[in-house]
Design a binder for this molecule. Structure first.
Ligand SMILES: Nc1ncnc2c1ncn2[C@@H]1O[C@H](COP(=O)(O)OP(=O)(O)O)[C@@H](O)[C@H]1O
Ligand SMILES: [Mg+2]
Length: 270
């Protein structure tokens, strides 16, 4: 049986979101407003699976950060915790307590019937983020049937990059049945100028050789993400940018929504 529909009072949702906006830095707020405006203007739902059949680097962190940011559209968002081994999304929601957006529902469904369960909830949410575990091919496959975009976090090393084939092969098989666009996001990359940045360059080159799409910006190694569990993140670090990139990719936008701060800096240098 599908869960009973959650009745949300729109006024209450707006009230809570306005409190949550205030918890952000003015810079993050300004950027997120631009991204939210692009999503709302486009009108299409964003339905993403976060997956990689190779052992995990930051799938759950990415799923939770993106789902939280999508909640700022004011639309109903469904976050499916498809990794039954730890249920970290659910724990994150519990930890965040009153700071968890009421328009962001979390369902812990780590079984291959999750597509059926999600479909049964159609109409109750607009945007969808599915977090998956590393070793559950059936769960990932099921998620891909009900999402349009597969975001594949992958450590930016040649070894991790060379192990992406099983994930891409599964995605290609599903794409032959229904449309699915897949894109890699390099994660845990070393900051520019630091040691080992050549590994990130090599990793980009390997994906280019194989014609695999990849987000232009790597997610850098940063302890701040670990500190965000299990609370409402106070520092969003690179995730507004990740959201902008993935939204542009998923909605096929002509331009990636620009950070107003960076845009004005670029103005100044002209
Ligand atoms: N960019 C990052 N830099 C450093 N640590 C990170 C980053 N992203 C996530 N982490 C940390 O790495 C660990 C694994 O992340 P998690 O999101 O649970 O990965 P997965 O779901 O793929 O197993 C967690 O302790 C998390 O806080
Ligand atoms: Mg995980």
């Amino acid at each position: 049986m599908p869960p009973a529909p959650v009745q949300l009072n729109r006024e209450e949702v707006e009230k809570q979101l306005s409190i949550l906006w205030e918890l952000m830095t003015p810079e993050d707020r300004a950027y997120l407003k631009v991204i939210v405006a692009a999503i709302v203007a486009n009108g299409q739902p964003i339905r993403i699976t976060i997956g990689n059949l190779k052992g995990g680097v930051n799938k759950t962190t990415t799923a939770v950060f993106l789902a939280l940011l999508l909640a700022f559209t004011g639309e109903n968002v469904l976050l499916v915790d498809g990794d039954g081994t730890n249920n970290s999304c659910l724990l994150w929601k519990l930890g965040a307590g009153e700071h968890w957006p009421t328009n962001l529902q979390v369902m812990a469904w780590g079984t291959p019937d999750l597509a059926k369960r999600i479909k049964a909830m159609e109409g109750q949410f607009k945007h969808l983020v599915v977090d998956t575990g590393p070793q559950h091919k059936g769960v990932l496959e099921s998620a891909l049937y009900v999402t349009d975009t597969l975001l594949i976090p992958c450590q930016s090393t040649p070894m991790d990059t060379s192990q992406l084939d099983p994930t891409f092969e599964l995605a290609e098989r599903i794409d032959a049945i229904k449309e699915l666009a897949s894109v890699v996001m390099f994660a845990r990359a070393k900051k520019p100028g630091g040691k080992d940045t050549h590994l990130t360059r090599k990793s980009y080159a390997r994906l280019a050789e194989k014609n695999r799409p990849v987000l232009p910006m790597p997610l850098y190694d940063n302890g701040k993400y670990a500190e965000a569990f299990p609370v409402f993140p106070r520092e969003w670090v690179q995730y507004p940018e990740v959201l902008a990139e993935i939204v542009a990719f998923a909605l096929d936008l002509d331009e990636v929504p620009q950070d107003p701060k960076k845009a004005s800096l670029a103005e100044g240098t002209r």
